[in-house]
Design a protein around this ligand. Structure first.
Ligand code: AHR
Length: 583
């Protein structure tokens, strides 16, 4: 897709530049001779004085046209936004900023859990540096223990005295030995330390409804049941809250290679019997609020067969069972499986291809939403994008089963594009979980023994915190086009939202890897008095933070101008910027 005015401007500019260069080049053929009392100018091509004068006039004219054309080119890099605060949209549910922490590689072990005897500063075995960093993100929910791992996890192996827990094999991820040291109580401790809500995925593939029901009872029962007593004996008399229950994971693949109909039968049984017993979560009929939401397995490819089956069943649900959400998994894997894009030391080709590929999320959501809309026009059932993010090639020298990758400014831009897509789909998409939290795939944090580094994606999540539960505000703009090597991307992306205290937030992503863009925004329904901005960019598309150089990519303040109620700022190439506007 080409942006016509932009191409025309470029063509005019190039023609003028060429003309000017030719004129000057021809004029430079003059040679001066001094012979006696007479000085005479002749030209290497033998032309006369009159011809030379004509050329100079042409050159001056050329310069004039050139200077007229230059602003045209500059105007090419201006994007006008119209923000309309008089038409507030839905709430951007804070749960779309959720995270995913699977028992995979060094995601839990080393990334979160180092054990109470570690020399790495910790609280009851959980890293203090990681907790402090995550608290800043106000992580709304954490999905655990998987992923593929969930369908082979047997929770009883992960409770009680740690030195008595059995060692098992993590056959989902690299056949490594699992000490089971990080079990339910450690996960809940972590959740409480970072101030989040648990999203627990139960084992449908190799477990039973009874096992899952007892796990929920262990975690949530307040009454003196045997399982509540067992939890108290393990040091936790108070029942935990579980915000979300995942009924299996990718049951069409690693979760048991089931057909949609087979899964739907199991889904009903799990929904019926796997209950949250926390009095505060029993639901309004029992005097509680804050009910646990049950999320069914959904699709991982754009076809809609699975969603059809789940939603068709839901339409006929009875008092005996219900679900509140259907999950959707989609990773950005630009070259297909197995993932092969490098996560470090790459160029513009990989940058544009990856961003192009991530934008498919919008179409994927639309397809699934259309099916959900047939059975649930009132949008009672949420679409839970509980695995998303960039899946690149494993880092050289790492265990390929540990899914270790670097995280660059490209990934930060990819994150903002997806968060913006979710915001635009807020009516249906009310939960999402980036994969994954620490040391795995597109993570927030990388650790190496006692060292920790925050990734560019971490900073995007931090900058977006004010969008949690804000009200979506429409923004109209012509994004323009950035093209590299035949791959075209929208030059910019933008969303806006209003926060409870009346502030307006504006996010601008500049996908253009090479040029800054000047943003010029008019606003209806808000009189802007002042504004401040924060921006994240890198010197190159593959800029990263490393343990040796952890602050290469950090948010910096951005200069924003408000004049006559209009806002203007220039955003750097390959950047994510958030402006907060005070009314
Ligand atoms: O996030 C890694 C894996 O990707 C998850 O375990 C699985 O659900 C998905 O295929």
């Amino acid at each position: 897709m080409l942006n016509p005015p932009s191409q025309i401007n470029k063509a005019i500019y190039l023609a003028c530049s060429l003309w000017l260069v030719l004129c000057i080049f021809e004029g430079s053929g003059t040679e001066y001779e001094n012979s006696g009392c007479k000085s005479r100018a002749s030209h290497s091509d033998g032309s006369t004085e009159a011809e030379s004068l004509a050329r100079r006039v042409l050159a001056v004219f050329g310069l004039l046209v050139f200077s007229l054309a230059a602003p045209l080119l500059a105007a090419d890099n201006i994007v006008h936004l119209s923000v309309d605060a008089t038409k507030p949209g839905p709430k951007i549910n804070r749960n779309v900023f959720g995270q995913f922490a699977e028992n995979l590689g060094h995601g839990l072990y080393e990334g979160i859990w180092v054990g109470p005897d570690s020399s790495i500063p910790n609280t009851r075995g959980i890293r203090n540096d990681v907790v402090a960093a995550l608290r800043e993100l106000k992580v709304p929910n954490v999905r655990w223990p998987g992923g593929c791992f969930a369908d082979q996890y047997h929770w009883r192996k992960g409770i009680g005295p740690r030195d008595k827990r059995p060692a098992t094999v993590n056959s989902a991820w690299g056949d490594v030995i699992d000490t089971n040291a990080f079990g339910s109580d450690e996960f809940m401790d972590f959740i409480q330390q970072i101030g989040s809500t648990p999203y627990v995925s139960v084992n449908v593939g190799s477990g039973t409804p009874q096992e899952a029901a007892e796990w929920l009872e262990y975690m949530t029962a307040a009454a003196p049941t045997a399982l509540a007593k067992e939890r108290a004996a393990n040091g936790h008399p108070e029942p935990y809250k579980v915000g979300f229950l995942g009924i299996g994971n990718e049951s069409w693949d690693c979760g048991g290679a089931m057909t949609p109909d087979y899964y739907v039968s199991l889904m009903k049984v799990y929904s019926r019997f796997v209950l949250n017993m926390n009095p505060a979560q029993r639901g309004p009929a029992q005097g509680g609020n804050d009910q646990m939401l049950k999320i069914a397995v959904g699709p991982g490819t754009p076809d809609t067969e699975w969603t059809e089956a789940v939603m068709k069943a839901w339409k006929k649900h009875t008092w005996a069972w219900d679900i509140n959400g259907v999950s959707l998994h989609w990773y950005t894997v630009p070259n297909g499986w197995p993932p092969s894009t490098p996560s470090e030391k790459f160029g513009l080709d990989d940058y544009t291809k990856t961003l192009k590929s991530t934008l498919f999320m919008d179409e994927f959501l639309r397809k699934q939403e259309a099916v959900m809309g047939k059975y649930d026009p009132e949008k009672k059932v949420t679409l839970s994008v509980d695995e998303w993010g960039a899946w690149h090639a494993p880092l050289a020298g790492s265990n390929p089963a540990f899914l270790v990758q670097q995280n660059s400014i490209r990934d930060a831009i990819l994150a903002s594009l997806n968060l913006n897509i979710f915001a635009r789909h807020s009516e249906r998409v009310r939960i999402a979980n980036i994969a994954q939290m620490i040391n795995v795939l597109q993570s927030m944090i990388l650790t190496d023994k006692e060292k920790m580094v925050l990734t560019p994606t971490y900073y995007v999540f931090k900058m977006y915190v004010p969008f949690q539960n804000a009200t979506f505000i429409p923004v109209a703009f012509d994004a323009g086009t950035y093209t590299h090597n035949g791959v075209s991307l929208p030059r910019v992306d933008a969303i806006a939202a209003k926060v409870a205290d009346g502030k307006l937030l504006l996010e601008i992503t500049n996908l253009d890897a090479e040029n800054p863009v000047t943003i010029d925004a008019d606003m209806t329904g808000i009189t802007a008095k002042s504004a401040s901005g924060e921006t994240l960019t890198g010197a190159a598309v593959d800029s990263v933070n490393t343990f040796a150089s952890p602050n290469t990519i950090v948010p910096k303040s951005a200069a924003v101008k408000i004049q006559d109620g209009k806002l203007s700022l220039t955003v750097a190439p390959r950047s994510v910027t958030i402006v907060s506007i005070e009314p």
